[in-house]
Design a protein around this ligand. Structure first.
Ligand SMILES: Cc1ncc(COP(=O)(O)O)c(C=O)c1O
Length: 421
């Protein structure tokens, strides 16, 4: 990767210098649960609360600044997702809440016997909101994955689609085993059958460029706290759909998108921080993105963000290859998901592992004792862990890489795991 190395950006993340209590900096492999934020994000949130704190749509100064803060966040996330309009960006507390809001609104337009296809590879936030519709007579069908490499059996999708299918809900990438799903192929099949497509991009967004226009999906959700920002959820939808669908809302609120979907008062300081997270990424793209590819049609911040995420994907891919090779050399250690380096475009840098002699929980605790953050369990991807037969065995240990992780950190992890094995 051109000239990117994490040492050049790590100073921007105050949490990366936190000590583990023994004078060593903490090491974070918990990015899939939430990433650290930049000083710029923290400053933007503090600045909002210091000089712009108000509710929206009044003539006084702080309210005007609040309106500007919200408008800037819609612009920033539209650039991040390459959405045609900032009015297609809906904010909310998190992806889960937004997905429940969307599933309930869609169901108001469906009839008993209509069908939704979900997958076995998804986080429960892209499962439960659709399963809840069974109460209204909606039929749920499930697309399976191949446990050998944890990839979706996309070829079986045509057998599940029919004239009653209203929507296919699929993940962009698995937060448990890292698999990146072939969204354009899924969209083509679903649209040919007349079904809409909802993409849970929470685990995709931190690792790869996202272009909703190129993906062709109808809705896509992600969470800013997974890509260096604060705890804010984002829903993108095609404007005509957001406009037409009967959102659950209070009567006086804006009848048009995105306002009609943004119930109550938003997390304004979180939105200020979200813009700062996007601007951090755009700066990374401007600093390190020259030569990573040509992206015709993109200019300004959209181009910088595409470059940034291409730089991040390339760096993380190399670091993941190094980590995977080291993991595979540890006796008795199993890695789930895609392990063939020639297929690394189809996986995020997130390893799910088990060790013969120790439970995932025990591994997570031992790492924690040594200042390393890594989750064990199912991470709400309960279907994935169930399908892998690991529900009663404590799930897996998840080692998630971010662009701020270094080779030195990975080597330390590998050495500890080797000792534990
Ligand atoms: C793939 C995936 N989808 C959905 C979610 C839920 O996101 P949120 O916490 O914003 O509701 C997560 C959170 O870990 C996730 O990893």
């Amino acid at each position: 990767m051109p000239n990117f190395s994490p040492e050049q950006i790590r100073h921007q993340f105050p949490a990366l210098s936190e000590s583990d209590g023994r004078g060593q900096p903490l090491i974070y492999f918990d990015g899939p649960g939430g990433t650290q934020v930049t000083a710029g994000v923290i400053a933007a949130m503090a600045a909002y609360l210091t000089n712009a704190n108000a509710n929206t749509h009044a003539a006084f100064l702080t309210s005007q600044r609040t309106d500007a803060t919200l408008a800037a966040a819609h612009e920033a996330l539209a650039d991040f997702l390459n959405a045609p309009s900032p009015n297609e960006i809906v904010f909310g507390p998190n992806m889960t809440t937004l997905t429940f809001a969307l599933s309930r609104a869609l169901a108001r337009t469906w009839r008993p016997g209509d069908e939704v296809i979900i997958t076995w590879l998804d986080h429960d936030a892209n499962v439960a909101p659709w399963l809840a519709l069974e109460e209204q007579g909606i039929v749920i069908r499930r697309l399976d994955f191949d446990p050998a490499d944890c990839t979706l059996r996309v070829e079986q999708l045509d057998g599940l689609l029919n004239e009653r299918t209203r929507l296919v809900a699929v993940g962009g990438a698995s937060n448990a085993v890292g698999t990146v799903n072939p969204i354009p192929a899924i969209v083509a099949r679903a649209h040919a059958a007349g079904a809409l497509v909802f993409v849970d991009a929470v685990h995709l967004a931190p690792h790869f460029p996202i272009d909703v226009q190129a993906l062709g999906c109808d809705f896509l959700a992600c969470s800013v706290y997974k890509f260096y920002g604060p705890h804010v959820g984002v829903l993108w939808g095609r404007y005509d759909l957001l406009d037409r669908l009967p959102a659950y809302k209070v009567r006086p609120s804006d009848p048009h998108p995105p306002g009609k979907w943004m119930t109550g008062t938003q997390n304004h300081e979180g939105l200020a921080g979200s813009t700062a997270a996007i601007d951090y990424l755009a700066d990374l793209g401007r600093s390190f993105g020259a030569g990573v590819g040509s992206f015709p049609g993109l200019t300004g911040r959209r181009l910088a963000l595409k470059q940034a995420m291409t730089v991040i994907a390339g760096y993380e891919r190399g670091l993941f290859a190094h980590m995977l090779a080291g993991l595979q050399a540890i006796p008795g250690l199993t890695v789930y998901g895609i392990t063939d380096p020639s297929r690394f475009d189809d996986r995020a840098p997130t390893a799910a592992v088990r060790m013969a002699a120790r439970t995932p929980d025990e591994l997570s605790r031992r790492l924690a004792d040594l200042g390393i953050a890594a989750y064990a369990g199912h991470f709400y991807a309960v279907s994935v862990i169930e399908r892998l037969g690991l529900t009663d065995k404590g799930g897996v240990l998840r080692l998630g890489l971010s662009h701020y992780n270094t080779r030195h950190e990975v080597d330390k992890l590998l050495s500890i795991l080797s000792d534990l094995a």
